[in-house]
Design a binder for this molecule. Structure first.
Ligand SMILES: [Zn+2]
Length: 242
């Protein structure tokens, strides 16, 4: 792996160049890191050209919408805070206890968190956000399952396996080869229509396990304004997090 830096719109980005056995190049931009994967098979000249092309692509992408690539500042939670999720509000009671593990209980609309005092403040916040995501995900799972069952009946009629909420940081949803559908708990912060569009995307994968034209035609048919909902996620998705 080779590492360089690149300054774009006044911000320094770390560029990681990684060789991969796959025949295509890929690029991802997150947390001020631009990761470029280049096929191993290229010769020096092709490799150089490809890297330049990818860097230019990253530059124009960031220049067009610099806010989208701001580093995510994790949320901080304190005792007495109110967590708003859609139309719901949860009161947070946070206690620090001398034990190794942390736990959470939801009673009514209050979440009682017992957080290990042995952890660093940063780790404590991480524990809190993952506990909150799990706690609220568990409460909202029956609703999600009902929604997905309904959308499936309406548009796809495919057998599927299990539905889970997952506390994922990079994916909005996924559909496994075994027909398990995972939806990110971050979508609890998004409008219902946006959550639905992700469910439709994953349900369409029950028929097409790829992103082919056939797949997009299925999505388009079930959700004609999919692009608009996707746009909402692109623009606001960063704020959707526990
Ligand atoms: Zn997909």
């Amino acid at each position: 792996m080779k590492i360089e830096t690149l300054e774009i719109v006044g911000r320094k980005y770390l560029v990681k160049i990684i060789d991969q056995p796959r025949p295509d190049s890929t690029i991802s931009i997150a947390n001020n890191i631009i990761a470029i994967k280049i096929p191993l098979a290229l010769n020096r000249e092709e490799r150089f050209k490809q890297i330049m092309k990818m860097k230019n692509w990253a530059r124009s992408k960031i220049e067009k919408n610099p806010d989208k690539f701001k580093i995510e500042v994790p949320k901080e939670y304190h005792d007495g805070d109110v967590l708003k999720i859609g139309a719901e509000e949860y009161a947070l009671k946070i206690e620090f206890k001398e034990k190794q593990s942390s736990s959470a209980r939801l009673i009514g609309n209050t979440i009682y968190l017992a957080v290990s005092s042995a952890l660093s403040p940063e780790k404590q916040q991480k524990h809190i956000s993952s506990l909150l995501s799990r706690c609220i995900g568990r409460k909202r799972l029956p609703l999600l399952q009902e929604k997905i069952r309904e959308l499936n009946k309406l548009h796809f009629n495919q057998p599927f396996n299990k539905i889970f909420f997952k506390n994922t940081s990079s994916l909005w949803g996924s559909c496994s080869g075994q027909g398990n559908i995972n939806i990110s708990t971050k979508l609890l912060f998004a409008p219902d229509a946006v959550l639905e569009s992700v469910c439709i995307h994953e349900l369409a994968h029950l028929i097409e396990h790829n992103h082919s034209d056939r797949f997009w035609a299925l999505v388009e048919k079930a959700c004609p304004d999919y692009d608009e909902r996707k746009k909402w996620l692109n623009e606001n998705g960063q704020q959707c997090s526990f």
